[in-house]
Ligand binder design. Structure first.
Ligand SMILES: [Fe+2]
Ligand SMILES: [Fe+2]
Length: 190
């Protein structure tokens, strides 16, 4: 990759900016989604805390189930990445994931990812958690969409015997979902 000789923005020439912007545009489009995948992959060898699967395995198990159930590609990607921020901020990992994924998902899938923590509380039988907290969201247009996700692809995906397709199965999907948006956005990169 051609590099500019300027060592600060103020000394960069118009030609330097042409080179830098073209390089950036190519890189961001070619690598769309890779950073999100890397964040998920960073959890690969973590211990499973109290559960029999770790968060990485939970995510693959959930995405595999969504794929097998015939969910569309964007939805499968949302399922795969819904917990990618678990270690960054466990108590707000849904919000953080929602912020990261917002540009790449439709509004229903974005809202689902960004709010799933309260919804999955509903399934915590025999716990001291407030299982009724979700009621504050009742009536929201994406209530059922998010509840369905938490039932089918979150609370029920901690079984170590469940099928887990390898991450390589999902990588092209993530790249496509991120890539379609990144390409558009890069069009306005100055
Ligand atoms: Fe979660
Ligand atoms: Fe989850």
């Amino acid at each position: 990759m051609v590099k500019v000789s300027a060592t600060s923005f103020t000394e960069a020439t118009a030609q330097d900016w042409e080179v830098a912007v073209a390089n950036g545009r190519r890189h961001y489009v070619a690598n769309a989604g890779v950073a999100a995948l890397n964040l998920l992959k960073s959890q690969k060898d973590e211990p499973g805390l109290s559960w029999q699967v770790n968060n990485y395995e939970h995510s693959l198990s959930a995405a595999t189930k969504a794929l097998r159930n015939g969910e569309d590609e964007e939805y499968v990607v949302a399922v795969l990445l819904h917990d990618l921020a678990q270690d960054l901020d466990p108590m707000r990992h849904d919000r953080v994931a929602g912020t990261l994924l917002k540009p790449f998902l439709n509004s229903a899938n974005h809202w689902m990812v960004a709010n799933h923590q309260v919804f999955q509380l509903s399934f915590r039988v025999n716990s001291k958690f407030d299982t009724k907290k979700v009621e504050t969201f009742r009536g929201h247009p994406y209530f059922e969409h998010t509840m369905r996700f938490c039932d089918l692809y979150d609370q029920s995906c901690f079984d170590p015997r469940a099928e887990r397709l390898p991450i390589e199965t999902f990588e092209p999907m993530v790249r496509r979902i991120f890539g379609r948006v990144q390409e558009q956005r890069m069009g306005s990169y100055p």
